[in-house]
Design a protein around this ligand. Sequence first.
Ligand code: ZN
Length: 540
Amino acid sequence: MPDLVSLQKMTARFAPVEISAGTSHLPDAEQQALTRMLEAGLIMDTLYLRQVWAGNEALLEQLQRDTSPLGTARLHYFRINKGPWSRLDHNAPFIPGVPEKPLAANFYPQGATKGELEAWLNTLSGKERESAVGFFTVIRGAAGGARGFVMIPYSAEYDQELARAAALLREAASLTAQPTLKAYLTSRADAFLSNDYYASDIAWMELDASIEPTIGPYEVYEDEWFNAKAAFEAFVTIRDDAETAKLVKLSGQLQDIEDHLPIDAKYRNPRLGSLAPIRVVNEILAAGDGNRGVQTAAFNLPNDERVVKEKGSKRVMLKNVQEAKFRIVLVPISQIVLSPSDRKNVSFDAFFTHILMHELMHGLGPHEIRVADRTTTVRQELRETYSTIEEAKADISGLFALQYLIDKGVIDKSLERSIYDTFLASAFRSIRFGINEAHGRGIAIQLNYLMDTGAFRITPEGTFAVVPAKIKDGVIALTREIMTLEAEGDYVRAREMQKDLGVVRPEIQAALDRLQDIPVDIEPQFPAVQRLISDTKNRH
Ligand code: ZN
């Protein structure tokens, strides 16, 4: 087990930072509604702890009683990880006496095996089976005998907490004057009690308000058996009006960008379909599954396919979380890996505008394609390489699009140097997370390609620099190569590209080795919640 010093080192990988947003522009009643949403959000923390492991709440109480330095350090790291396992270290336990992290979390009967569960599920059919494998039930009962298992809806399993959360959401609904917000809060409160989340997911898609809450059971990652059971989380956020306006401006340029993509004209889409909605918001509370280990900077919901089919899905970008990660992680990285003259151009505006463009560019370029007289999709043809190639596409064509809009006068020319320098620094941040997942591997492809074409160079001191005379051509060439590969559904070429370029070369590794003391991520502190807690104490 890690001792005090190593526990402090592990914890220091998460730099504490305040995450807040201005709310003074909101009318009083909206602010009061917001407070109720924060209270409801905090209940998600309790429920999530219980979902992760049946022993979590008792362990938390025990840790709270231990005021020794080691006890305090354990409690701190427990809160970051929402349990006694270090998520950054393959879930290694850091408190003595706890079991391995259960893959089944607390969603399935303790002591039961996955095989027993599967055997039981196979005896079910119709609606019953649908609920048993669905998002919003837990399975309980004695292990060993399949007949002993029963499913319990979340509304019963977590009845007390959900009743309290529903009451708070109803109070919030009665306070707000914003109709779509009222509709979401009311239908979500209903869902907590009825266990039917469909209408509230639809209402969430239709939210158009200054406050944008996401509260309830959503992501399924914690269920490592079946990825079926939804974990409770909350994001209480305030809409960012300036960035929302920027997004509208960029969205208005998309057809023009498509028409000028650096690919054969026959691969361009003359009529782009409507885009999935994107919201830019600032977080004032993340709780439960939304606040464990590495912080969420953006999410896509809902996960219910019926809702996605009817209404599509929505992407929510947490701008102040991105800004904190930029300041705490990316800027220090840039100071080590970039040449002195490149460092000074790194900016959050460039960073965030490129992220927005990345999201928009997923919608551009080839999707439905024809290969050997068949109609098919890029996803199908590129198989397991698809995610990596598509992420690389969104990044590199995002740079292409920003340059195009700068040349056109839509985006300010002052951003020109910044976008490339910021992208270069950000590449090291992404690769540091590993090239075992699509985003990191996609970044490695771009970094190596741009090094090979001389658009980036390494200085005699071992730092990296943008080559202004070559970067634009490099970006165009790689955009053309990746989008053409997608248009032709060229799996063989995609695999080659991934194998040759999706790697960490020695000179990159040498730079990564110098980043060890830079935090991996942030540990958010929420002043809005601290205010709420001290107000509540004063009332009693
Ligand atoms: Zn992406």
